[in-house]
Design a protein around this ligand. Structure first.
Ligand SMILES: [Zn+2]
Length: 738
């Protein structure tokens, strides 16, 4: 079976049958009317998706839950996870998987298993770099210890390496290509500079552009080896005080990272679209679309500076100049560099830890929570801040369960492996359980970098944005304000700094533009689940370096572990609300207006006279109207005090189906693994809305654009029908007052 056929068989959309749901519903209709007339609860508490009495109960459960996580425990867990480097596939990372499994069993989680996936992985044997002309310089490729940080002396800290680089050796002239984007190479061509067969030096860029895209661009240009360095203008002394006195990247810090082409297909490169279980079919590595065919290596500015300082050729343009006190040149052939990289790229096991708290009433409806475990070195922020928050979350949930307080739906918690290599563990797990998830999953909540500072950033598909906002009202930020107010303040400040004129409102506070680059990807783009992503951010210049560690967190990121604690609380409150809601709090009217915005942003300033989007815009209006009607009837049904469980189940399963209906089984053109028609990612990992349609419009490929618009139109129409059906079910249950 080839990969396309495999995808087709694994992807089995389960058409939602309203007829059968209605049949089930009508059998219980009599009971429902009686329940609907019962006296509503007396509490004033209101929570989206809850009846008044259920909301009052939920508030009690949440206050018990929120009292459990402590800063001391967060710090204790963080210390365990940051004690040693734990890159994907390493013995230490596997030991941490066993530790998590043991903890979860003790905490009272159920069905704890460690799942093994045999994936194509990447480890360095040795990396070497020297300048051979005009003077000799041997790069250190190391991050020396800094004062006060005992972990920085650890002998297990790796040298500079890029995940998924190929092995090889080359000596060639050096060219400087700014950020290494296609337009940078166009500029070099105009200057008469040929990069074929040469070694190219580029820098990490701001705004962030995924290094794998720099590698693919260099590979397409015929570059022999790519060196990517951290310029002080991006994350070093030009930004502020550096480690060990401040949070920014010091002279020697090296941003490791993979260059995997996971924007084409994530996960194990040899099993694109299916799980890497023992005995699974594997494609030859030569055919794997996500495996780079270029040598790459990251550098500190300490090692890049002598190279840059000796370069000749034209002076680089102003916006190519960086933060070092030298004139940057494009490279006229004077500097020659010798690179040797020996990798051990081969199939090896990755381990995903999975545990759950079984739901008391709806065990076959799942709320999935996850964080990756693997780190480039210690992973102080990325990801161990998230791992510590996850461990406090599970301790609190386990404690509640032991005291008899169980969520109604099942909570599934996962510790992913190999996120840093190619979103690998979550992708394999998501592919393995895709069909089950499409039947059972309510939502996925991802926490990767939980804490690098005090500024909250919340991402949500638009249907979940209101419930995220509501939850932040019920939590207290360490500043003393509600998390909601703190969030609004920091987003207002950031937009002002970015000179944005967009006023911060409840409808644009949450970031509903979701790209790739973390473990939510498989759940949103392949399985079709609504996702949330949470993180506290601040000045953070040591990403993927050895200095992202326990010392950094205790001095700069979150010295009191209060934001870690708040993250555990927020993560848990969201999970509990999704797990306990009577009716799932999905806002489809808000979703529709978000989609309308996506369309208007896509077409802004473009000539789209070749494409008639009126039917799509009309269908968005219809979907919005259906969503509003459903909101109203859901509110009435909830206010009535009780909802028949069979009706609730029907409505909830229908609501879950809406997100699945945004999937196009054929995927977006050229990247069939990515199936969501509203959300995708550019090769840089940047968010890309309406990906199939937008890419076609950008290429002015009007026949593909028309085809993509039709696919979107049909999805809008079927979701409108579905939401209308759910609405009629609910309105019969709780008719509007005359
Ligand atoms: Zn991460």
């Amino acid at each position: 079976m080839d990969s396309a056929q495999h995808l087709a068989t694994q992807f089995s959309p389960r058409p939602f049958s309203v007829n059968s749901a209605l049949r089930t519903f009508s059998r219980h209709f009599g009971i429902l009317v009686l329940l609907g007339m019962s006296i509503p609860g007396t509490s004033q508490t209101s929570i989206l998706g809850f009846t008044p009495s259920a909301a009052a109960h939920e508030a009690e459960v949440e206050s018990k839950f929120k009292a459990i996580p402590t800063p001391e425990e967060e710090r204790h867990q963080h210390h365990i996870f940051t004690a040693e480097p734990h890159v994907a596939g390493s013995p230490r990372n596997n030991e941490l998987a066993r530790y998590i499994a043991d903890q979860w069993r003790q905490e009272g989680l159920e069905d704890v298993v460690i799942r093994r996936y045999d994936v194509y992985s990447s480890n360095p044997k040795s990396t070497f770099l020297e300048m051979t002309a005009p003077v000799h310089y041997r790069a250190s490729l190391r991050e020396p210890p800094v004062l006060g940080d005992t972990d920085s002396k650890n002998k297990n800290i790796s040298a500079a390496w890029s995940g998924m680089s190929i092995s090889g050796e080359v000596t060639a002239p050096l060219v400087y290509a700014h950020s290494g984007n296609p337009e940078d190479y166009d500029f070099l061509r105009k200057q008469g500079i040929d990069v074929k067969g040469k070694i190219v030096l580029v820098r990490y860029s701001n705004p962030y552009s995924y290094r794998g895209f720099k590698a693919l661009t260099a590979e397409r240009e015929g570059v022999a080896a790519l060196l990517i360095y951290s310029d002080p203008a991006e994350d070093g002394y030009k930004k502020g005080t550096v480690v060990p006195k401040g949070p920014w990247g010091p002279e020697y810090h090296i941003q490791r990272g993979a260059i995997t082409y996971d924007f084409i297909v994530p996960g194990d490169p040899l099993t694109p679209g299916w799980a890497s279980l023992p005995g699974a079919k594997r494609i030859p590595v030569e055919e794997a679309k996500s495996v780079p065919k270029i040598m790459a290596m990251p550098l500190s500015w300490h090692d890049a500076k002598p190279l840059l300082a000796h370069m000749d050729g034209p002076v680089a343009p102003d916006d190519w100049q960086g933060g070092l006190p030298i004139k940057y040149h494009l490279g006229g052939g004077r500097v020659r560099v010798h690179v040797k990289i020996v990798m051990d790229n081969a199939t090896q096991p990755y381990y995903v830890v999975e545990g759950r708290i079984r739901g008391s009433q709806l065990p076959d409806e799942w709320v999935v929570l996850g964080n990756h475990r693997d780190a480039w070195v210690f992973g102080g922020v990325d990801p161990s801040s998230g791992t510590a928050s996850m461990m406090e979350l599970t301790r609190a949930l386990g404690k509640l369960a032991k005291s008899g307080v169980r969520p109604r739906r099942t909570l599934v918690v996962c510790s992913w492996d190999g996120e840093e290599v190619g979103l690998t563990g979550s992708t394999e797990w998501g592919e393995q359980f895709a069909n089950e998830l499409r039947n059972k999953a309510v939502a996925y909540i991802n926490v990767d970098e939980a804490t690098s500072g005090p500024n909250f950033h919340g991402q949500a598909v638009a249907s979940l944005s209101p419930m995220l906002l509501e939850a932040t009202h019920s939590l207290k930020d360490p500043s003393g304000k509600s998390l909601y107010d703190a969030w609004k303040n920091s987003v207002t400040r950031e937009r002002r700094e970015a000179k944005s004129t967009e006023e911060v409102t409840d409808s644009n506070l949450a970031d509903t533009r979701i790209g790739s680059g973390s473990d939510h990807t498989v759940f949103l783009n392949f399985v079709g689940m609504p996702v949330l992503g949470l993180g506290f951010e601040g000045p953070y210049g040591v990403y993927h370096s050895a200095y992202d560690d326990f010392f950094w967190m205790n001095h700069f990121g979150d010295p009191g572990y209060r934001y870690h604690t708040l993250m555990s609380q927020l993560w848990g409150v969201l999970a509990l609300r999704l797990a306990n809601a009577d009716l799932l709090p999905f806002d489809f009217a808000g979703y529709a207006s978000n989609i309308r915005q996506f369309v208007s942003e896509m077409t802004k300033g473009k000539d789209i006279s070749q494409l008639d989007l009126k039917p799509v815009l009309d269908a968005i209006d219809e979907f919005e109207a259906a969503g509003k009607r459903l909101d109203e009837s859901a509110a009435r049904a909830l206010a009535s005090g009780a909802i028949d469980p069979v009706l609730a189940k029907t409505v909830n399963h229908g609501e879950m189906e809406v997100e699945r209906n945004w999937l196009n089984p054929d995927g977006i053109p050229g990247r069939t693994w990515f199936k969501h028609m509203l959300y995708g990612a550019r090769f840089t990992y940047a968010h890309l809305e309406l990906p199939g349609l937008t890419e076609a419009v950008e290429k002015q490929d009007w026949s593909t654009a028309k085809q993509q618009a039709d696919i979107l139109l049909h999805a809008l129409e079927s979701n409108t029908r579905l939401v209308n059906d759910l609405n009629s079910n609910l309105s019969v249950a709780a008719p509007a007052a005359k």
